[in-house]
Design a protein around this ligand. Structure first.
Ligand code: GTP
Ligand code: MG
Length: 328
């Protein structure tokens, strides 16, 4: 049977031949696998591509080579929280990372274009938040380290192509929920610390519908909001990007605290970020561990108190509070 290879496949094969390192080879092979016509005549070629992909991935993870490759199951956390972009192939995860951060992921019309996790920093007002673009998750094919990265995240943005029918979207969400559950991860609206947390990892989730530029997605939003809060976006016409930044900050369930030295104006540039429910003493500890022992008293400017009032160390802080730390 003739293979009837497409122009896209031949282009990907040329890219593979020109690739200089493992990463570029892997990207080209994934493209070849995505674009190769799927029929009997290409069975051997498909198997060969899959074998090469598996070998390269093993090498990248340092399994078959003695040189240690990059660690894929952990990404160093930066900023106020680590937020993963998770979803089926081609849903628009990489496009969002590119629109919201300084990172430059590969964005492509074909599925499985992202093969390695890629972090970037997004800002909500004065708060830096880490977004991590992930390779696609699907029942057919997903990396084991993908689950480790979701497990470690503070928030999951379940990214879906909003131009799909509501039923297809609901099925996709269901499929991803099941895949995660098989790996002891449960997507939740809000994280509650429970006994079960030992076995099952709860990860707060928001649904992000992309393709907001292509039509009204109100009916899909209505259907999906029963599962998780939904944000409609488009990196193309920038629909909903500010709402997404704010939604992520709110979902992270954190507050900003600014500090000031006695008699000086507050440093309003770099806030400390703490979990909701943190006390004045938690903030002092974050500024400097040793300050806890040397603490005389704390004054707070902001919500709940009149400006500059001295507060007990158990005082609950609110977002945007300013604290003045007096040491002995
Ligand atoms: N019109 C429109 N196109 C979009 C939008 N988001 C993504 N796209 C297009 O959809 C295609 C896939 O986008 P990607 O960002 O590469 O999707 P992905 O989820 O990262 O794909 P994989 O890495 O393969 O899982 C590209 O051609 C994008 O330009 C959107 O909001 N509107
Ligand atoms: Mg991608």
């Amino acid at each position: 049977m003739p293979a009837n290879l497409t122009a896209d496949f031949l282009k990907a094969r040329n890219e593979f031949r020109a690739a200089k390192d493992r990463h570029d080879k892997l990207v080209a092979l994934e493209k070849m696998l995505a674009t190769i016509p799927k029929h009997k005549g290409t069975d051997h070629m498909q198997a060969d591509i899959k074998r090469r992909i598996a070998k390269l991935k093993e090498e990248t993870q340092g399994k078959s080579s003695h040189r240690k490759g990059p660690q894929l199951d952990h990404i160093e956390r930066e900023g106020a929280g680590q937020v993963v972009l998770l979803g089926p192939p081609n849903s628009g995860k990489s496009s969002l990372l590119a629109a919201l951060t300084n990172a430059h992921p590969e964005v492509a019309e074909y599925p499985y274009s992202t093969v390695l996790p890629l972090p970037g920093m997004m800002r909500f007002e004065d708060v830096p938040i880490q977004l991590v673009d992930l390779p696609p998750m699907s029942a057919e094919y997903s990396e084991s380290w993908l689950y480790s990265l979701v497990r470690q995240a503070d928030l999951c943005l379940l990214t879906l192509d909003g131009s799909l029918q509501a039923e297809e979207l609901a099925n996709t969400v269901e499929e991803i929920i099941l895949l995660l559950e098989e790996h002891h991860i449960r997507l939740v609206r809000r994280k509650e610390i429970t006994e079960e947390e030992m076995r099952v990892r709860d990860v707060p989730c928001r649904i992000v519908l992309t393709r907001g530029d292509l039509g009204d997605l109100a009916s899909r939003v209505e259907e999906l909001s029963d599962l998780f809060p939904v944000i409609v976006t488009s990196p193309i016409d920038r629909t909903g990007l500010d709402a997404l930044r704010e939604g992520v900050f709110v979902a992270l369930n954190v507050i900003r605290v600014y500090t000031k030295l006695p008699g000086k104006p507050a440093d309003m540039v770099e806030p400390y970020v703490l979990p909701v429910g943190s006390t004045a003493l938690d903030a002092v500890r974050m500024v400097h561990r040793d300050f806890v022992d040397r603490l005389k008293y704390i004054r707070v400017w902001g919500s709940g108190r009149f400006d500059g009032q001295q507060v007990p160390s158990t005082h609950l802080l609110a977002d945007r509070d300013i604290i003045e730390i007096h040491l002995s």
